[in-house]
Design a protein around this ligand. Structure first.
Ligand SMILES: [Zn+2]
Length: 290
């Protein structure tokens, strides 16, 4: 990794970390493949989002209409495309299919493409894919149920440990400076700060200020994936985005102050931004260019 100067802007340069504007059109077929991969996995994420909170298996039975329980045909399982062809309705009973299905698939596909663009054809890009999908599932389950299931945290811990071990073994990382202990400090940093905030607000107000223990726990795997610097950035971004959103709700929708807003979706947004752009964001802030 080296620092290069051009256009008067000091930039962090790394072989696997491209400037976002540097689109390579000759790589278009690869981008398309990555998009398709993201859409297909996004389709599986929908299954996870609806079944995990009910304690159902994510492999069996095959997908069916939520209303009439008719099992879906293979051509009804094509991500986004099926939704458009069926015009958002079940083929059998005509019941509306939630817009969330194609949106989750699209979000996963587009985020995979951005990750591939940022990190290139690299083993660590796979870890980025895992973290992105984990965040999508976590955010939507939290949005629906106000709960971050332990199974999600456990899956994150296992894949996060693999990521961290890879960073130690490989001796470098696309995301952060891969000191052997970095992932483990990361595992503690975000969680402990959130835990402290939850405990202090609990002491002062007699309630945990809307922070649940699930929010504290999910920062352990995030830390393993991102290392402590990007984890703190993710936490900071989550508070900023959540704060702005809360103010908008209060001002424009006259939502009640006491209304519970799940924090998981903001954690997911902060984490994905930190993963994809954190290295350049932190660098720009620390060294004051741009
Ligand atoms: Zn139906």
């Amino acid at each position: 990794m080296s620092v290069i100067h051009y256009n008067g802007i000091k930039r962090l340069h790394c072989n696997h970390y491209r400037s976002f504007v540097g689109l390579r059109w000759e790589a278009f077929p690869t981008y398309l493949l990555v998009l398709i991969l993201g859409l297909v996995i996004g389709s599986f994420l929908n299954v996870c989002i609806y079944r995990i909170p009910n304690g159902e298996s994510i492999v069996f039975p095959p997908s069916a209409c939520g209303s009439c329980k008719t099992q879906l045909k293979p051509y009804e399982l094509i991500p986004v495309f099926s939704y458009l062809v069926l015009r958002g309705r079940c083929r059998t009973c005509g019941e509306r299919i939630a817009i969330q299905y194609p949106l989750v698939e699209l979000a996963n596909g587009i985020l995979y493409v951005i990750a591939y663009h940022q990190f290139g054809f690299h083993f660590e890009t796979l870890f980025a894919f895992v973290l992105i999908s984990l965040m999508l599932v976590m955010a939507l389950i939290d949005l629906h149920t106000m709960i971050i299931p332990d199974g999600i945290v456990l899956f994150g811990l296992i894949t996060g440990l693999v990521t961290s071990a890879y960073h130690v073994f490989y001796g470098n990382s696309i995301y952060y400076s891969a000191k052997p202990y970095n992932g483990f400090i990361g595992m503690l940093s975000g969680s402990l700060i959130l835990l402290a905030i939850a405990l202090v607000t609990d002491l002062i107000y007699g309630e945990s200020g809307g922070l649940g223990f699930g929010d504290v726990k999910i920062f352990a795997p995030i830390g393993l994936f991102l290392g402590w610097q990007l984890t703190l950035l993710a936490l900071w971004l989550a508070f900023i985005i959540g704060g702005v959103f809360g103010v908008i709700l209060l001002v424009f929708f006259k939502k009640q102050r006491r209304m519970q807003i799940p924090f998981g979706p903001f954690i997911a947004m902060g984490t994905v931004i930190s993963l994809l752009f954190g290295k350049s964001l932190i660098y720009v802030w620390l060294f004051g260019s741009l």
